[in-house]
Design a protein around this ligand. Structure first.
Ligand code: SAH
Ligand code: SF4
Length: 476
């Protein structure tokens, strides 16, 4: 059975419909529990970016409302859902690896249901491969209709056939879906969906569609609700938050939105990602500086230090423009830390271009960086460019880049040592139950001894030792 639909019902009607399916499934699951004494279990895996992680919180919230219990063990799940990523080839290979394993699992557990969703499913070649090679998959949906999970599960149950439901667009944002937050005290909030930038290497605009912003009213209502629920830190999410609000009926800038969120009582910290350097305005720098709750930490991907490569990447800024932006940001907020994304081995990248990337790393001085080897994505302009860089050359550059980057990360972290900083305590360390972990405003990960009653509080911690990618602290 296959369905293609490109329009949605009005958002409220969709929510009501899905809640009705949730109730039906819950009744079935309650009956199952009454008969067997066992809850049905779900296993959920989000791959890729924060956007996917947040989407999965909604999928998990719906499954929880349906009466499923979460399990961390794939091998005991009745319902398995992978929220996939296709930004780099590795992410796709991981999904195919999992699907191979699931073939055996389904043979032993024929009643288990396997669902795939997210970015990878928006690509026709992937759908074709699933149809031909992975017929044990039960439901497939994409990025535009994740709120339809309950209905699709019901359709699958009633039809007994694989259900594909991929949309090419959807302007409606369904608000108020149930959601399970990974942390009780910090939460992500989507402020916009999609991307209009078409960086020449990137598949996101093809799989997440055009930019659409939520209204400030909806965003603020969600943030207020989170605050009432005890959330202290919000992360405002969008592929390019700096172009937030441009297409709203009553346009609002991201800087204005930040100021509004800053007023919400109960929220103590605000973060956001991702900022595209081409759209980072003076107005936003001023709002960051003036809003006391906005954390002085900025993720500002530069991708490449070579102006020539940046042009081929369609990034719309130069090396000098980027460094000038860094200078302005630091001048306004001397205490700020910066993080970034870097791609090595974009087609045509020469050793000189690569040296420019190293130069930006040295000058901008990041507290952390997400570093990627260029991955060729079918359908993007870069995939057709000449002079793809040989694998061994890219690997060598990648290693040399880390040799420059890591000592800088160490030095930047060292600047925190000796200071007493407010830390939002997040959880007990997975490796030692006497150790708590949390983050400073600058996003430094801190490990320190303390009682788990502190989880969710912002407490002063003295930073005593630098471990490069985290620090050891002492409660004072
Ligand atoms: N919207 C965000 C990030 C989107 S994807 C931004 O513009 O910053 C996250 C990161 O993945 C990108 O910043 C980029 O560094 C990396 N990336 C995207 N496509 C890639 C590709 N084809 N190969 C390697 N890295 C890629
Ligand atoms: Fe991809 Fe560029 Fe959009 Fe980021 S801004 S999602 S890198 S196209």
């Amino acid at each position: 059975m296959e369905r293609q639909r490109t329009t949605a019902l009005p958002a409220e009607a969709e929510l009501a419909r899905q809640m009705e399916y949730i109730r039906e499934i819950r009744q079935e699951n309650d009956r199952y529990f009454a008969e067997t004494g066992k809850h049905k279990k779900f296993y959920s895996l989000a791959m890729g970016c924060q956007m996917n992680a947040h989407d999965s919180e909604k999928l998990e919230g719906m499954l929880d409302e349906m009466g499923y219990e979460r399990t961390q063990e794939e091998t005991e799940a009745d319902f398995i859902i992978y929220n996939t990523c296709c930004v780099r080839e590795n992410a796709e290979l991981k999904v195919y690896g999992k699907l191979g394993w699931l073939k055996h699992y389904k043979k032993q557990n024929p009643n288990a249901v396997v669902a795939l969703c997210g970015c990878m499913m928006q690509q026709d070649t992937v759908l074709e491969t699933i149809r031909q090679k992975y017929r044990h998959v039960d439901l497939v949906f994409g990025t535009f209709n994740l709120y339809k999970l309950p209905e699709l599960m019901k359709t699958r149950e009633e039809s007994g056939c694989t259900v594909f439901d991929i949309w090419q667009e959807n302007q409606e944002v369904v608000e108020d879906l149930p959601s399970i937050r990974h942390f009780p005290y910090k939460a992500s909030v989507n402020i916009m969906f999609g991307c209009n930038n078409f960086c020449s290497y990137c598949v996101v605009p093809y799989v997440r569609g055009r930019e659409r912003s939520r209204t400030p009213e909806d965003i603020l209502a969600e943030v207020r609700k989170l605050a009432a629920d005890g959330v202290k830190e919000v992360m405002l999410l969008g592929q390019n938050v700096n172009s937030y609000g441009k297409n709203l009926e009553n346009p609002v800038s991201f800087a204005e939105l930040l100021r509004m969120v800053n007023e919400v009582e109960g929220i103590e910290r605000i973060r956001f990602m991702t900022s595209h350097p081409k759209d980072m305005s003076d107005e936003l720098i001023l709002a960051m500086k003036e809003c006391d709750k906005v954390c002085k930490n900025l993720h500002l991907p530069f991708q490449s230090g070579s102006t020539e490569i940046l042009k081929k990447m369609n990034r719309h800024y130069t090396k000098e423009g980027y460094l000038e932006l860094v200078r302005k940001v630091r001048e306004a907020m001397p205490e700020i830390t910066l993080s970034t994304d870097i791609i090595v081995g974009f087609p045509g990248e020469t050793e000189e271009d690569f040296q420019e990337t190293l130069d930006v790393i040295r000058k901008a001085r990041y507290c952390t960086a997400f570093t990627f080897i260029y991955s060729k994505r079918t359908g993007t302009p870069a995939a057709k460019m000449e002079n793809q860089v040989p694998e061994d050359v890219v690997k060598d550059r990648f290693d040399r880049m880390l040799q420059v980057l890591n000592p800088i990360v160490h030095e930047v972290t060292e600047e925190q040592v000796g200071k007493v900083l407010p830390v939002l305590v997040e959880e007990v360390s997975k490796h030692d139950e006497n150790i708590l972990t949390g983050r400073t405003e600058q996003n430094t990960l801190v490990h320190f001894s303390g009682s788990k009653d502190l989880i969710g509080q912002i407490v002063p911690v003295k930073i005593i030792e630098n471990k490069t990618f985290y620090v050891i602290g002492e409660r004072i």
